[in-house]
Every structure is written in structure tokens, then in C-alpha cells.
Design a protein around this ligand. Structure first.
Ligand code: ATP
Ligand code: MG
Length: 381
């Protein structure tokens, strides 16, 4: 069979948002979920997104998905298959007694750690909240880069959280009335600098791999993007050694203690890095492009990234494309669907209107959501 060979062949949700208990058996073709507003389409994509190592596509706490009213627990179980063979059964959830620890089981046994799942799958997603990615502040774009890095280097998340933890300690010290103990704050800044170099190195690696992937894409309905990182650590690391960058950062943080103390936060570092994106054919910043052009740019980036991961790891990411048809014209939708049927990893799409997806024909599987159930939708046309 041509088409995606890797993906979920079973998904079961328990006490997850709108779902008391729902189960769906499927194959690895693209999946289209339709139903009215508020029925639980995005909830399904979110549930799948928890199969990764992070906080899911709503960046929610572990408690938020607990079905209300309920016992304060939830579970998502998935069977992953590749080329017709079962690869793994993965279960993720929150037990009623454990307030903050996620439970991860792989093939029935407790996973060795939160990153164990990354051996089996990577995930990538596009949500309506990202439609304004190029317009809004840097946070969204930085999260976008860091998520793309994760598919390449799962340890990136722990470097980022270690850096942020040290930075919070620095901010707290600078907020105290008494001047900070110089040895203590220097030690914290040194730790931040070490993490910053690791973070910047992973981001630079991502961008260079992604540039190659973008260059290798066909000219298509999705315009090529020109991308670059804008950040103190990334700029320095492009021109110097890790030791030079650590020194530059610790010097700049040391010199900036008064300024940062007055501002109440650390004003510069990899937590401020931005991603600059240009529409290459038009030679125009993404933020100046039309809504549909921006969406097409984003889709193009997601597709190039998926191809990159597929080429590097031999296993394409599972794509979660929430409301992806919105803002795309018929030609672009068709191009997207063709592409999604050609890649290695399964894609999941949502929409209120099945008609948008009809051009998939038999190449996709359709499900309708109602009353907390996910039912195969065999209705034609
Ligand atoms: N923890 C929870 N327990 C029960 N219901 C919840 C919980 N969290 C969210 N919901 C409900 O889930 C619904 C939203 O589901 P979802 O976002 O998946 O809808 P959707 O089908 O994607 O809608 P749209 O087409 O508007 O995007 C809301 O009605 C909300 O009240
Ligand atoms: Mg939705």
C-alpha cells in the first residue's frame, strides 16, 4: 500500500475532556474528524499530542483534561503500527491519587522515563492559535522552534527547563532587597550559560537541517520560507566556540544585574530568541503576507520539517492539523492532501465541514464526532 504506513491503529480515551470512554480502530491513512463546534474534535488531537513527552497542543496542565465532573484522572491509550506490524502500545495518563505525575506505559510496562516514548514517535502540530504566529510576540515562535527541535533532539526540553529554572533563581535573587551573594549568583549565571549553549546549538542544528529540507522541497502550493534565528546565544555560537559564548553570556548577565534587577527579570538570553520567517518567493517578511499566505507558509514549514524528520530518523512524525483547511483555497487543500497521502507518518485533520476534505476520496478515513463518540463516517459525498 502506498501512503502513510506509520501511525495510530487504535486510540482509546478515558475521562479525557468531552470523552467518558471512546475508542476507535483505524489504519494509517490520513484521518479526518468532523463535527459541529465544541463537539470534541480538537480534544482528540490534544489527546494524541500527549503521547509525546510535552504538555500537549493546548499547553495545558496535567489536570486540565480530566473530564468534568469526574474523578480527576484521565488516560489515553494508543496502538502504533508501521508497515502493517504493531510497533508499540503506549498509554499516557494521570491517576486520581497522583496530582502531578504523568503515568507512561509502553507495551504494558512502566516507561523508563518521560523520554522513552520518543523512541517510538514524534509529533508535530498546527492549530488555529498558530494562525497569528508571525504577527504576535516572540513566545509563540520560540515555542514553535523548540517543538521542532524536540523531534530532532528530545533532550532539548530538559535543557530549556533547566535554563528556565536557573533563570528564575537568578530573578529571585535580584528581586531581594539585599545585594546577591556574588559567588552564588555567578554560579547560577554559569549554569544558565551552559544550558544556553546547549539550547542554542540544538536550535542552530534544527535551522540548518530545516533549510536543507526546505531547499529540497518541490516548488508547490506552499511557498518556501527563508528562516533565521535572532538571539544573543545563537548569534554568538555561529561565530565562536561554546567556551566563548559561555563567557560572553556570563559577562553580559553580570554587567546587566542592576538593569535586570530594575526590570524584575532577565532581559536577554535564549529565552528571548526569535525566529525570523520570510516568504522567499515574494521576498517579504511573513508578518506582511496575507492570512492565507501565512497559513501556506506555516503548512510548508510543517511539511518540510516532517520530511526532514522522516529522512533523518526513518520515521515520519504524526501530524495533528487542527482546522487546517481554513484559509486554504481549493488548490492548496488538494496539494496538501496529496502530500499527506505520500508521507510516512499519519496525519489527523479536523473540520466542521466534510465537504472540504472530499478530494481525499478513499485515500483518507473519515470519522464523525458526536456525544462523546468517534464513529466511522461511511457516508459518501
Ligand atoms: N475537562 C473537561 N471536561 C469536560 N468537557 C470539557 C473539558 N475541557 C473542555 N471541555 C469541553 O470540550 C469542548 C470543546 O471541545 P473541542 O475544543 O475539542 O471542540 P471542537 O470540536 O474542536 O470545536 P471547534 O469546531 O469549535 O474547534 C467544550 O465544549 C468544552 O466545554
Ligand atoms: Mg477545535
Amino acid at each position: 500500500m502506498s501512503g502513510p504506513s506509520f501511525g495510530l491503529t487504535r486510540l482509546a480515551l478515558s475521562s479525557f475532556r468531552t470523552y467518558a470512554a471512546a475508542r476507535v480502530d483505524l489504519d494509517t491513512r490520513p484521518v479526518v474528524l468532523t463535527g459541529p463546534n465544541g463537539i470534541g474534535k480538537t480534544n482528540v488531537l490534544e489527546a494524541i499530542s500527549y503521547l509525546g513527552s510535552g504538555r500537549g497542543l493546548r499547553s495545558a496542565t496535567l489536570q486540565e483534561p480530566c473530564r468534568q465532573p469526574g474523578e480527576g484522572a484521565w488516560a489515553v491509550a494508543a496502538q502504533l503500527s508501521d508497515k502493517g506490524a504493531i510497533l508499540a502500545d503506549i498509554g499516557i495518563g494521570l491517576a486520581p491519587a497522583s496530582r502531578a505525575t504523568r503515568i507512561v506505559r509502553i507495551n504494558g510496562a512502566p516507561a523508563s522515563g518521560p523520554l522513552a516514548v520518543t523512541e517510538y514517535l514524534s509529533l508535530s502540530w498546527l492549530t488555529p492559535a498558530m494562525d497569528r504566529l508571525f504577527q504576535e510576540g516572540t513566545t509563540g515562535r520560540r515555542r514553535f522552534i523548540d517543538r521542532m527541535v524536540l523531534a530532532l533532539n528530545p533532550a532539548h526540553a530538559s535543557a530549556v527547563s533547566s535554563y528556565e529554572k536557573a533563570m528564575r533563581q537568578r530573578n529571585a535573587l535580584l528581586a531581594e532587597d539585599a545585594p546577591p551573594d556574588p559567588a552564588w549568583i555567578s554560579a547560577i549565571e554559569t549554569k544558565m550559560a551552559e544550558d544556553a549553549v546547549a539550547i542554542a546549538a540544538s536550535r542552530i542544528e534544527l535551522i540548518s537541517q530545516l533549510e536543507v529540507a526546505i531547499a529540497n522541497e518541490d516548488e508547490s502550493a506552499f511557498p518556501k520560507a527563508r528562516i533565521a534565528l535572532e538571539g544573543i546565544a545563537e548569534a554568538a555560537l555561529s561565530n565562536g566556540s561554546a567556551a566563548d559564548v559561555e563567557k560572553l553570556l556570563t559577562d553580559s548577565w553580570q554587567a546587566g544585574r542592576h538593569r535586570d534587577s530594575a526590570a524584575g527579570r532577565t532581559l536577554d538570553g535564549p529565552h528571548r530568541t526569535d525566529l525570523s520567517v520570510w516568504h522567499a518567493p515574494k521576498d517579504q517578511p511573513a508578518a506582511q503576507c496575507s492570512t492565507g499566505e501565512q497559513k501556506a507558509l506555516l503548512v510548508g514549514l510543517i511539511l518540510a520539517h516532517a520530511r526532514m524528520i522522516e529522512n533523518l530518523t526513518g520515521r515520519g512524525p504524526i501530524l495533528l492539523l487542527d482546522e487546517v483547511a481554513a484559509h486554504l483555497d481549493a488548490e492548496r487543500r488538494k496539494a496538501l492532501f496529496e502530500r499527506l497521502t505520500q508521507q510516512h507518518g499519519q496525519s489527523w485533520m479536523t473540520g466542521t465541514d466534510r465537504a472540504f476534505f472530499e478530494s481525499f476520496g478513499e485515500a483518507a478515513q473519515f470519522f464523525q464526532i458526536s456525544d462523546g463518540k468517534i464513529a466511522r463516517d461511511s457516508e459518501k459525498g
